[in-house]
Design a protein around this ligand. Structure first.
Ligand SMILES: Cc1cc2nc3c(=O)[nH]c(=O)nc-3n(C[C@H](O)[C@H](O)[C@H](O)COP(=O)(O)O)c2cc1C
Length: 223
């Protein structure tokens, strides 16, 4: 089956994209408003974009009603120009889903989710203490795209925190202990990073030698 995206409704296009481009990493983003009130919300339209410079991207949708079309996260990023990406491990998933509830403003999402925070080094928003990896980010640019107040936020990672004991002296990260999750299909499915396999990457010379060996075997077998 195939479609021109312009022939699909918003809803069906969303279903086809989020149920095929997966798994997606989850950023549990902390921000503060102009009064220092803390906000936390998960985003799976998220990834690192490059390491030099160290950039992350977030896709933040708009909201109804038209008078307040920005999610709190986007509004706070506009106000302060910074945010923290807290990565989500298996132990944090349930608390992360509490942060996705559209709580009335004034209710502290971290407290509601039973999460403790720690001060950041370079930005105003706090980090989520139990998250194994926290990226302090400064907004580089935000692009308002489409007609429904969707924003693509590009942020530069200015400070990186990884839980003690997860990185050795050669900067190798203990992936098992990290135990991160990704967002999978439908509304409520997630995947762990525990089911893994390795496929070595080949150089051109190794690949060519292999092709020659296959060809030679074939030639030998032919009458
Ligand atoms: C796992 C997960 C991933 C999500 N990813 C996104 C996303 O990429 N973009 C988005 O706009 N909303 C996403 N949401 C919904 C927001 O988290 C939700 O709208 C939240 O209430 C926004 O909070 P805020 O108004 O405090 O920013 C996601 C929700 C969950 C549970």
């Amino acid at each position: 089956m195939d479609w021109a995206t312009s022939d699909l409704t918003d809803r069906n296009l969303y279903k086809l994209l989020v149920n095929t481009v997966l798994p997606r990493p989850i950023a549990l983003v902390t921000t503060v408003d102009g009064n220092g009130n803390v906000n936390a919300a998960p985003f799976s339209f998220f990834n690192i974009f490059s390491h030099a410079p160290p950039l992350v991207v977030l896709g933040i949708e708009g909201r109804e009603p038209a008078e307040a079309p920005l999610k709190d996260t986007m509004r706070n990023i506009r106000t302060t120009g910074s945010f923290v990406v807290n990565l989500v491990d298996r132990a944090l998933v349930e608390a992360m889903t509490i942060c996705a509830i559209d709580l009335p403003s004034g209710i502290d999402e971290l407290a509601a989710a039973g999460l403790t925070s720690a001060p950041s080094r370079q930005v105003a928003a706090p980090r989520i203490a139990p998250s194994p990896v926290q990226l302090e980010c400064r907004e580089t640019v935000s692009l308002s795209l489409g007609t429904r107040h969707r924003n693509l936020v590009v942020g530069e990672i200015v400070h990186l925190h990884i839980r003690d004991g997860l990185v050795d002296s050669n900067f190798h990260v203990d992936i098992d202990a990290l135990d991160l999750v990704g967002r999978l299909h439908g509304a409520d499915w997630y995947v762990t990073t525990r089911d893994r396999f390795q496929v070595p990457r080949q150089s051109y010379d190794t690949w060519r030698a292999q092709q020659q060996a296959v060809r030679a075997n074939k030639d030998e077998g032919e009458p």
